[in-house]
Ligand binder design. Structure first.
Ligand code: NDP
Length: 240
């Protein structure tokens, strides 16, 4: 039976590429969306047309109750053995001008969202004695980035959560890793990095493609990656 893989933020650029990769690897993909359900529906149809298996699930990861209800109903369909925590936002401002709302919202989506989704899936995953938890973070959490104190704090906390959770789950056949992308071509980064800025920031002098993140996620989700856990792995064209 194919493994069931939940990809949060599957309606977005990197998430969609991860869904495509996991579907190509034979998973039944649970494509998550929040506001853009149509994007997830279109992707699910495309994956099914290619012979893959996919369904769509919608919830706001900041809403603990709605997330718990959605996860419960997903679990009624069988175990979720691969979780990709990819949903995320940024809302940048230099720190002296950052509002309480900007700080709180970015922490809420990126960090509390991780808790709301991952926590209820952990015990059922333990029962199956096989699991993969992969969280998409950012180079900003490692190198810092002006204007992203809130985002870097949230993603950095996810690195610490990844390391700690990996220790708790290592003996249960569950690996927990983070993938830290640099600049990747999606709606989130669109317009933020003109070519001259990319050339200065990125030794490879280009943005990464969502598929280049998805390929690493696909590997980490596979049986071949069974001995890799607690790691923060960068995909950033040599930025750090
Ligand atoms: P997109 O903006 O394309 O996608 C973001 C996704 O997150 C969407 O699917 C969106 O759902 C979902 N999302 C946002 N808020 C919520 C919420 N409250 N509840 C549930 N889902 C939510 O971004 P990317 O694909 O570029 O980014 C994906 C991940 O990669 C993020 O975690 C981001 O921080 C990280 N990243 C991206 C980089 C880049 O250069 N693009 C660089 C480094 C890291 P919907 O649209 O349906 O509302």
């Amino acid at each position: 039976m194919s493994r069931r893989a939940l990809v949060t933020g599957g309606s977005g650029g990197i998430g969609a590429a991860i869904c495509r990769r996991l579907a190509a690897d034979g998973c039944h993909v649970l494509i998550h969306a929040n506001r853009h359900r149509e994007a997830a529906d279109t992707l699910a149809e495309a994956l099914r047309a290619e012979g893959g298996s996919a369904e769509v699930v919608c919830f706001d990861v900041t809403d603990a109750a709605a997330t718990a209800t959605a996860i419960d109903s997903l679990l009624e369909g069988g175990p979720v053995q691969i979780l990709v925590n990819n949903a995320g936002i940024h809302d940048d401002a230099v720190f002296p001008g950052m509002s309480d709302a900007q700080w709180t919202r970015v922490i809420d989506v990126n960090l509390n969202g991780f808790f709301h989704v991952t926590q209820p899936l952990t015990m059922p995953m333990i029962r199956t004695r096989w699991g993969r938890i992969i969280t998409i973070t950012s180079v900003a959490a490692i190198a810092g980035n002006r204007g992203q104190t809130n985002y870097a704090a949230a993603k950095g906390a996810l690195h610490s959560a990844t390391r700690t959770l990996s220790l708790e789950l290592a003996s249960r056949g569950i690996t927990v890793n983070a993938v830290a992308p640099g600049v990747i071509e999606t709606d989130m980064s669109a317009g933020s990095f003109p070519p001259e800025t990319l050339a200065r920031l990125v030794p490879m002098k280009r943005a990464g493609r969502p598929e280049e993140v998805a390929d690493l996620v696909g590997f980490l989700a596979s049986d071949q990656a069974a001995y890799i856990t607690g790691q923060i792995i960068s995909v950033n064209g040599g930025m750090i």
